[in-house]
Ligand binder design. Structure first.
Ligand code: NAG
Length: 442
């Protein structure tokens, strides 16, 4: 080849290389912008692509007077439910995009599915301190107002799973939810609302996991939405360095004792509820209020109300019962999730708390804070059958959890540490467990 020609070819090659480099930088940048826009950065490598909640709620406000447009808007919105993608990035910046529905079907693979799920259907406008406590709760249509009230009372982060049945009432219910959201500024400010639309009623533990998963602070309180927070919980916890250290360590769950008025009518108006322990104690002395569900002692008995009445100090739950279902504050990361095979009434919350306890998390009762149940009428229809079903499931589940954690502690060298104490105490109550366990781990 002649030298001039070779030079020209080299030049051309250089230009091509530079053009290629520039184009790939532009392509990658635009791809990343498209993938990452409008996302939260709480998830590290896992970045769901979501709509802008602010734009959405603003739109709702301006649309509230045009019902036709609103309907149209709603149809559009419903088509988008679950229609997102999730991008996984590795250390070298390579990004793999997977459909959100696929990810969710694995995340909740023990639940009935598929579910149509929209995390952050509404996203709280407030920014929260990482160490704050998120109220993690479940809401169905008959509790929308109670949620709104919780937002105004708590004025702190709330992560709420809202379940809507996928039937002919769906649009009406979602409209109701949107109206409630636009009518209460505290809802807009404090509530992250995750919407599930499917045909499966009462998948409580799956709903709990959704609320926990998308909570944006380190600590959550697993709360039933109809309980009123009587005291300033955050103040007593966050203002106490010793308690905060316990939470940070992840080995402590704080129990907030739950109460119920004897005369259900006294529980109608939260504005009349006591706000200090001594006010509550007056009502206790007058026999007007007592432990929640005292007809089912095992549900809250392990809190030991006798002790609570006497003490001013944080104390440990020493007599656990597998039916215990207190309201607890605990660390989101590293704690077990709620078993999603429990669907319907009975044992679902107890199973969730049982696994948390067995995993080595101690339960400590807060001495000055308390909750009071706000009266509502329970629907009794489906409860009895579901309870029977779940009782049966729970018997097997307890054995399973005992064996699973026994193996885990043995394998990880924690069997002889205090982490295994809860398990040893509880699982020995299961007939034949000790023998099986010893033959498994030895
Ligand atoms: C509850 O606490 C009281 C008072 O401290 C104590 O005497 C009692 O033994 C405790 N009961 C249980 C079941 O632990």
């Amino acid at each position: 080849m002649r030298p001039e020609l070779r030079q020209a070819v080299t030049k051309l090659f250089k230009y091509l290389l530079i053009t290629y480099a520039i184009l790939s930088v532009i392509y990658t940048a635009s791809y990343l912008v498209a993938t990452y826009s409008g996302t939260s950065h709480d998830f590290g490598g896992l970045l769901p692509k979501a709509r802008d909640a602010h734009a959405e709620s603003d739109q709702q406000e301006s649309l509230s007077t045009h019902s036709n447009e609103q309907q149209h808007q709603q149809q559009e919105q419903q088509q988008q439910l679950g229609d997102h993608s999730v991008a996984w990035s590795n250390a070298h910046g390579a990004v793999q995009v997977l459909p959100e529905n696929l990810i969710m079907s694995k995340v909740f693979s023990e639940a009935m599915g598929p579910s149509n799920m929209t995390p952050y259907f509404f996203r709280a406008k407030e920014t929260f301190d990482k160490e704050d406590i998120t109220m993690s709760t479940l809401v169905t249509r008959n509790r929308f107002l109670v949620l709104s009230r919780l937002a105004s009372n708590y004025k702190g982060p709330i992560s709420a799973t809202v379940h809507v049945m996928d039937d002919e009432t769906k649009d009406e219910v979602i409209t109701e939810l949107q109206e409630l959201h636009s009518s209460n500024p505290d809802m807009q400010k404090y509530v992250d609302l995750h919407l599930i639309v499917d045909q499966y009623d009462r998948q409580f533990n799956m709903w709990r996991n959704v609320a926990k998963l998308f909570a944006r602070t380190d600590y959550i309180m697993m709360l039933d939405v109809d309980f009123h927070l009587c005291t300033d919980l955050r103040k007593s916890i966050r203002g106490n360095p010793e308690i905060m250290d316990r939470l940070r360590e992840g080995r402590t769950a704080l129990v907030v004792p739950a109460f119920e008025f004897d005369n259900l009518d006294d529980g109608n108006d939260w504005r009349t509820f006591p706000t200090k322990k001594d006010e509550l104690m007056d009502l206790v002395q007058e026999d007007k209020i007592g432990m929640f569900h005292k007809g089912w002692f095992k549900g809250h008995g392990s809190t030991n109300y006798t002790k609570w009445y006497e003490t001013d100090d944080l104390y440990k739950v020493t007599r656990y019962d597998f039916s215990y279902e207190p309201y607890i504050i605990y660390k989101k990361e590293g704690s077990p999730w709620c078993e999603e095979r429990f669907v319907g009434y009975g044992a679902n919350k107890a199973a969730c708390l049982y696994e948390i306890f067995l995993s080595g998390i101690e339960y400590w009762v807060l001495p000055n804070d308390f909750l009071i149940h706000q009266t509502h009428r329970y629907p009794e229809d489906a409860r009895r059958k579901e309870r029977q079903y779940n009782r049966k499931l729970y018997i097997n589940y307890r054995e399973e959890v005992c064996l699973r954690y026994a193996r885990k502690f043995h394998a990880s060298g924690e069997w002889h540490t205090s982490r295994a104490d809860n398990l040893k105490g509880e699982c020995e109550k299961i007939r034949g467990f000790k023998k099986t366990m010893m033959s498994t781990i030895n």
